[in-house]
Structure formats: structure tokens, C-alpha cells
Ligand binder design. Structure first.
Ligand SMILES: [Zn+2]
Length: 590
């Protein structure tokens, strides 16, 4: 026990190749050494425990090695290497700026830069946590950094790159160390376990790696702790017990309860978790992560994104098959909301329990609607259709207006006849739902005119099974006005235009009528409203075949019916004073 060395030190990498998870970076450093393109200052940035200081030490050893290997690594045999490995080299000087951040500390260090190395070529100064240096210390350091002696190389390490002054940054070659992947840590821990003669379960090492949050040093010290607790037999259950980590199985189990709508067991499981001393907020974020993993597991291509052992990945795969992606996404949203509200909540337990019940509910909703889903989505629209025919028509119209293209009467009709009748037409209620369905469809994907045709077809077949009544001028005109008046406020201009056009309606057959537009732009507008108007008239006038055609008035037809505006403009043409009179008296055409 006397010579027990913690794994983080015992298994500290001695060569660039043995550094875990930073391949790109170590290769660059090795190449720089091989080509002798050395900078005077390097800045190593990255989270704690990812190998910054280790790399700095290997770097110092390698550049001083007297017979470097072909692969760019130090020989570990020459005098310099041995002194480095035995930690008695004078060519490496480390300063921890976190505890020695005064100007005196830096000044002492800077004095040492003047003395050239006795053995080897370079003296390497490692300043750890360099962002902690005081302002005065920074300034003292900057002087040497600007003109360092040829034999000096600075390696600055920091976890907080953003705190480094630009004057320093611009003089350094910057290397960003990344957080280590869970898999990298796991395989390194496996090697260490092998050398120590421990037995391990992959899931256990995974938990350790997760807990270490991307840092190898932390991973190794947790590993030591667990290994001594388990006396060399590192099992999953012993690991989670020792580290007080919430077991994956809780999440899997509770999801099964959701799927079975077993609220009782869901709440009992929560109780169990709380009794084990886990924070409920921690549990909720863990559960949200669980659902995220399930979403990822639905696609074999993304399953590797789950940072867990192979067995647990398979478990995710199996459970994901049982869940619809709708349910998973709903659950993630609910859990995320719970997480957001957790801190403010005065009754946290109630919040968590409610969320769990809602998630269980979401699992059921999804299951129910699996067979006949449209009914659920369409409910609100259906209500809208019933409440008031006027506003419903206006709403339909809004939908139509955006989607309706310049379909002329014939193409609209062929579309209608082609459109398949909904499979559930023998059930009037079901059909009504699907009528609303096609309205919904239009709103969702703009430009689905086929859906539009479909809709009108079913509407007429289902709602108006009676014989088609022939058109009558008076009823046509009054429904025309009603339609115009039901238009929303932002379409007042169009409503006025339609009211003006009332006198331009001409019935051409039992089902057909014609609107005379005074000019092409009005005709164009009318065509945009065509299907909504037809829809309104078909319902109100008990005729499913009503068809509206728009025709631009010929020049010689003009006399037939002038609008009031046109009459006025005509009169102004004859007597321009009329216009002035109107302006003077501030008159408006009614
Ligand atoms: Zn050597």
C-alpha cells in the first residue's frame, strides 16, 4: 500500500500516441517537431483533465530527446528522456498560475528563461491556468513573450480561452483540446483494468466515463474509487451504488409503465427514486435524455449517437420499436417543460408527478389514434365548420384563396369527378370529419388543389343529398351579397367589389351563372375567389353543381350596367367640374 500510485498518475501517457482522444492534435505537434517548425509559445485550451499538461510534458520531452524515433516520438532512453521520465529534468519548469499568480512569481520564472539548458536544446515553461495571472503579472510576462530567448518555449494552458488577452493570443499557436468521447475513455479504462488485473462490466465503465464528463483524469480517479469499493470486480450494480448514479433500468422500466398506462407503478417508481436520495430534477433530465436516446435509436444509422455500451444501445433499440415517434417527441416536450419549471415550482413533487401522468397519457393518445388518426387532429376544425356557416365559409374562403390557382371551370370539374370518395362515406359522421380534414390539409400544405376538389365533392354528396335546385336570380343575388358581407375585415375592398358586381350576375343554365367583370384585374380577383364562392352557393342554394364563370365585359357591352363609381367617372368625363364639386363638398359615393 506504501507505493500505491493513483491511476491518473500511473497511467499518464508517456508518448503522443498514447494520449487518448486527441489524435489530430498530437499528430500536428509531432509533425511540427519533426519538421523543426517550432513556435516560441503555444496555448493549449480545453476542459480540465483532457491532457493539456500531459501533452505539454510529452512535447517538452520530445523536443529535447537526443535521438528521436522515426515515428516522431521520444526515445525514452537518452539522458534527457530519462531525466524527464524521472521528473528531474531542468529543462521543464511548471508554474501553476492558479496559486502563483503574483508579479513576483512571474518575475522569478522570467529570470530562469535567461539561463540556457545544460542538456538538450530547449527549456520549456509550462504555465497552467494562465488566465489566472494578475494584470501586473501578465504585463511582466508579456515583455518576455514578445522577445523570448531562442532556447525558450512557453506552453500556456487554460480552461478559459476567452479570458486570455488578445496580446497573448496573437503571440501563441493555439491548440484546442476537445472533451474526450465516452468510448475513448471506456476503452482506456479497459486497458487500465486489464493491467491492474480487475474484472469489469462494460456498462460499469460507461457509467464512470459518463460521470467524468469527458475528462480522463476524473475518469481515472472515479475508476480508482470504484475499484477499491468493488475490490477489483467492477460490476454495473456496484458502480451505480457507489457513485449514486440513477440506474438506466429505472428509465426503461418507467417507460414500460407509460406504455401500459400504469400510473400506479409510475408513481411508485418515482417514490422509490426519491427514497434513494435522488433529486427529482435530476431524474426528469435523465428521463428526457432517455427519450432523446430512444428517438435516436429509432434509426439504426443514428444509434451510435447514444453514448452507452452496446447492450444498452440494444435495449434502447428494443424499447424504441414499441414507441411511436409522436409519443417520444411529446414526452420530450413535456419533460423539457417540467425541467424548465422545476426551479420555480413550489410543489416540485406535484409538478413531477403531473408530468409523468401527462407523459403516460401521451402514450395512450398516441396508441388510440394510431388506427384513425385524422379524427383527433380534425376535431377543432369540424366545430368551426358547424358553429356558423357564414364564418365557416369565409374561413374556407381564406384557405381557398391562398391555394386556388387559376383553374377554370372545366378543370375544376374534372378534378372533382376524379377525386376519390372518402372510404368512410357510408358513415356520415366520419365523412364530416374528413371534410374538415381536407380543409385542414389545405391550410397545412398550401397549394393542394386536389384536396380542395375532394373536399367540395364530399361536402355536396354528404351534406346535400337532395336533388339540385335550379338557380334563381334573386336567391343567387342575395347569397352573393351574404358571401361578400361575411368576408373578414381585411378583405373589405373585395367585399365592396363583390357587392358592386351583384348586378352583373347572369344565370346561364340551371347550374351555371356568369359574372361580368369590368376589366381583367377584377376578373383575375374573381377567379381567385371562385371556388370559395361556389362552395358557399352550393351549400346555400342546394345545388352541388353550381359553377361560376368569369367573363370580361366586351367594349360594346359597357352600357348595360355601370357601377356607381363608373357612372360618376363617366359623368366627370363629360363635365370635369363634377369632380371638383365632389371634392369641395367632401362627398362620398354610397
Ligand atoms: Zn530520448
Amino acid at each position: 500500500m506504501d507505493n500505491y500510485i493513483v491511476s491518473a498518475r500511473k497511467y499518464r501517457p508517456m508518448s503522443f500516441d498514447s494520449v487518448v482522444g486527441q489524435q489530430a492534435l498530437t499528430t500536428t505537434l509531432k509533425n511540427a517537431i519533426a519538421s523543426e517548425h517550432l513556435a516560441h509559445a503555444y496555448l493549449f485550451c480545453g476542459p480540465r483533465g483532457v491532457g493539456k499538461t500531459t501533452c505539454a510534458r510529452i512535447f517538452a520531452k520530445t523536443i529535447n530527446c537526443m535521438n528521436r524515433q522515426h515515428d516522431g516520438e521520444a526515445c525514452n532512453q537518452c539522458e534527457s528522456c530519462i531525466s524527464f521520465n524521472e521528473q528531474r529534468s531542468y529543462n521543464i519548469i511548471e508554474l501553476d498560475a492558479a496559486s502563483n499568480n503574483g508579479v513576483e512569481d512571474i518575475k522569478t520564472l522570467m529570470e530562469q528563461t535567461r539561463i540556457p539548458p545544460q542538456v538538450g536544446k530547449y527549456k520549456v515553461f509550462i504555465i497552467d491556468e494562465v488566465h489566472m495571472l494578475s494584470q501586473a503579472a501578465f504585463n511582466a510576462f508579456l515583455k518576455t513573450l514578445e522577445e523570448p530567448p531562442a532556447h525558450v518555449i512557453f506552453i500556456l494552458a487554460t480552461t478559459e480561452k476567452q479570458k486570455i488577452l488578445p496580446t497573448i493570443l496573437s503571440r501563441c499557436q493555439v491548440y484546442d483540446f476537445k472533451r474526450m468521447e465516452i468510448q475513448d475513455i471506456v476503452s482506456h479504462l479497459q486497458q487500465v483494468a486489464q493491467q491492474e488485473g480487475y474484472t469489469t462490466e462494460p456498462a460499469a465503465l460507461n457509467v464512470i466515463a459518463e460521470k467524468a464528463d469527458g475528462g480522463m483524469r476524473d475518469a481515472l480517479s472515479i475508476f480508482d474509487q470504484v475499484a477499491s469499493f468493488c475490490q477489483g470486480d467492477i460490476t454495473y450494480s456496484a458502480t451505480i451504488a457507489n457513485l449514486n448514479v440513477l440506474d438506466y433500468n429505472y428509465y426503461f422500466r418507467i417507460t414500460e409503465y407509460f406504455l401500459a398506462n400504469n400510473i400506479t407503478n409510475t408513481l411508485l417508481t418515482l417514490n422509490d427514486i426519491v427514497n434513494r436520495g435522488f433529486d427529482m430534477g435530476y431524474f426528469i433530465t435523465g428521463l428526457a435524455q432517455h427519450f432523446r436516446n430512444m428517438l435516436v435509436a429509432r434509426d439504426p444509422q443514428t444509434i451510435s449517437l447514444i453514448e452507452a455500451s452496446k447492450e444498452i444501445q440494444q435495449q434502447y433499440l428494443a424499447q424504441a420499436q414499441k414507441c411511436k415517434s409522436n409519443f417520444i417527441i411529446r414526452a420530450m416536450k413535456l419533460l423539457n417543460n417540467c425541467d424548465l419549471n422545476y426551479k420555480q415550482s413550489k410543489n416540485k413533487r406535484l409538478l413531477v408527478e403531473l408530468t409523468l401522468i401527462e407523459v403516460a397519457q401521451a402514450a395512450q393518445d398516441d396508441g388510440e389514434s394510431a388506427g384513425h388518426r385524422p379524427a383527433k387532429i380534425l376535431k377543432p376544425i369540424f366545430r368551426l365548420n358547424v358553429q356558423s356557416n357564414d364564418s365557416a365559409t369565409a374561413n374556407n374562403h381564406v384557405a381557398n384563396k391562398t391555394t386556388q390557382t387559376r383553374t377554370n371551370a372545366t378543370s375544376a370539374q374534372t378534378m372533382t369527378s376524379k377525386a376519390p370518395v372518402n372510404s368512410s362515406t357510408n358513415n356520415v359522421k366520419a365523412a364530416r370529419f374528413s371534410i374538415s380534414g381536407s380543409i385542414k390539409l389545405q391550410r397545412d400544405n398550401n397549394g393542394n388543389t386536389q384536396g380542395n376538389g375532394n373536399q367540395t365533392n364530399i361536402t355536396t354528396q354528404q351534406q346535400k343529398p337532395k336533388a339540385n335546385k335550379p338557380l334563381e336570380q334573386q336567391r343567387l343575388a342575395s347569397e352573393w351579397i351574404l358571401y361578400a358581407k361575411a368576408l373578414p375585415q381585411q378583405e373589405t375592398a373585395m367585399a365592396k367589389r363583390l357587392i358592386d358586381l351583384e348586378s352583373n350576375l347572369a344565370i346561364t343554365s340551371n347550374d351555371n351563372f356568369e359574372v361580368l367583370a369590368n376589366n381583367p384585374s377584377v376578373a383575375e380577383q374573381l377567379k381567385q375567389y371562385k371556388s370559395a364562392i361556389e362552395q358557399h352557393l352550393r351549400e346555400r342554394l342546394d345545388n352541388a353543381n353550381i359553377n361560376m364563370t368569369v367573363r370580361i365585359r366586351e367594349a360594346d357591352e359597357r352600357k348595360r350596367a355601370y357601377s356607381r363609381q363608373e357612372q360618376f367617372l363617366n359623368m366627370c368625363g363629360i363635365n370635369p367640374n363634377l369632380k371638383k364639386l365632389r371634392e369641395k363638398l367632401n362627398l362620398d359615393l354610397s
